[in-house]
Design a protein around this ligand. Sequence first.
Ligand code: BGC
Length: 726
Amino acid sequence: MIVGCSVKNLDSSQQTKVEEIVALMTLEEKVGQMTQIDISAIVGQGDKLIDQEKLTDAILNHHIGSILNTPNNKAQSIEDWRKIIQIINSVSEKTRLKIPVLYGIDAIHGASYTKNSTLFPQAINMAATFNTDLSVKEGEITAQELRVSGLQWNFSPVMDIGRQPLWPRLWETYGEDVHLASVLGSAYISGYQGNDISAPNKGLTCLKHYVGYSVPNNGKDRTPAWISERMLREYFLPSFEAGIKAGSPTVMVNSGEVDGIPGHANYHYLTTILRGELGFKGFTVSDWEDIKRLFVRDKLASSPKEAVKIAVMAGVDMSMVPFDYSFYDLLIELVKSGEVPMARIDEAVSRILKVKDQAGLFQGKKLPLSAESRFATQESTAINLQAASESLVLAKNSNNILPLSKDTKILITGPTANSLSVLNGGWTLSWQGDDDSLYPDDKLTVYAALQKKSTGHVTYVGGTSFNDKIDIEKAVEAAKNQDIIVLCVGEKPYTETMGNIFSLNLDQSQVELANALFATGKPVVLVTLGGRPRIITDQAEKASAVILGFLPGMEGGQAIADILYGDYNPNGKLPISYPRNTNDIVLYDHKPIENFDTNSYNPLYPFGHGLSYTQFKTFGLEIDKQHYKIGESISLSINVENTGILKGKETVLVYLNDIAASVTRPNKQLKAFKKIELNPHQTEKITITLTPYDLSFINVDLKRVVEPGEFKIMVGSEVVHFTVAE
Ligand code: BGC
């Protein structure tokens, strides 16, 4: 199940080197290494990138180990990033022990804080591609473009599982399925890190946000989740376990709370499970200001000092403070008074220094990777376009209204039709990603891409950003002379608490626009863009075709136009269940009780849904035996035939159900997938092996077990049964 490779282990000489350095360090130097500050604490005024005095104070007086974020919350040029890193390095070289500073950045869909970088579809779209190779490529290209910028440490991938659609970070996840997230996240790590993270084109990833952050009960960011330990082990730990096996050397802590314990205070999660069970050897970093919040927000600590003690003793190794040196001052006091043992400090510092060493930071001056043929290359752009294309889900296509011919007269309108930010979402060129003025001039919005491809028949009504008001009467009038309407709805960019909403319903203004356009009687193609599945049940029913776009990235406009005109055959599949109603959140791997009596799984579109312009048939599902012993693997095969007239890609989804067990089992769970491309009338037999792990679950004693009994495997409409015995 785990894609990827393990990162080169430290040999004993490196181990010794770190121990030697730690032995030489003063308490202040050690605690400084555990301190991470935001770049805003050291940026200069006016044209000056860095304030030399503040930087000197940070590194020489406070011995800080890490800096994060982009200056002024805006993407920088490659040159400016290089200057910033060079200025920081020149000061860290003056420190007594010459310990380098590790710079961290949220490059969550490409080098998102470097101007003109390759900006990929967000994770929810990467999940819709069901394409492991594309995830590897995204990792490779992101690492390379960060290294060109002189940066290395990326706060990505998000390994949280997206099972709460209201949550404003759903789109940062690989969707609702544990297996899919584990495989794609691991693939990303293997691309980003390779097998040597110190290589000039590689870097360090960070698994976040450990653990249980993604399912706040009320849907708002950073609010409580209640996850029993069994469910934690079943749904939320496996993706982190996969990321650790894939070699990620850092983990960022859950900014919320689970079962009444804030992530940053949870010794059981951060130490007993993470270190003791998952075998994590790297270092943990707090999330933004979260140690302070144990006091100011959670009232778990009675003072800022107690907050530091609780977090450090729970297992947080580095504090993203990020604006001051309070963590540094308080932790020094705590060690001096004996409240935090020096051994815990040595442990944290050793972990941090080992990771710095693994990243090659001690190997002397490193020049950034040359940009030539390594930054935003044509090849990267082509891969990005492929990722965007494979991430779009054609959910409905009545009477094959799509694809359109290039001379179709089209009205395109709606708040997401003519903006690049709505294709990219948060963490794009700025934190919220919503500043259209920062976006490049040469990338295409949906409208611009349609216009470029058509033979001159595209009319647009609307503004240039999500917030521009659309004149409904004008749109209705314009529709009269057209063959078809492309209506682009959805959400503006956002992330974290700024994206909290109170209902999944589409904004009223968009509903009114849609109703007025449907009333014209012209066929409507509905295109949705945004990070969450906003309720479109009524609009989708009235529309002739529906494309679910989510956040397809910088090439998204082009990719949507390619699909609308048939220059690309769609193949994306939903990585979440698309709800029919705002309060009917039932996921595809629901329990039998959720599909019993008056309960049902009745989403607008189910997990795995996605149409093509060709048709596929899956048949002949077979397994190698009918009866297995516990511990044996299951080998299955299935034929896939392209029965249509176009070449296309199909993803085969293999589901399993444990028919009766001592803990209720999901009606089905994804255990494997394979994406293939077939010519018309071509048939391919694919084989897949399911391991004993795939048959296992967490029992009443919180142990992962395989229980004897009957199981079934489902692929398309085919089902096979088998038994497992002691
Ligand atoms: C987010 C993290 C992010 C960090 C640094 C936090 O607010 O929760 O995902 O990595 O900021 O920017």
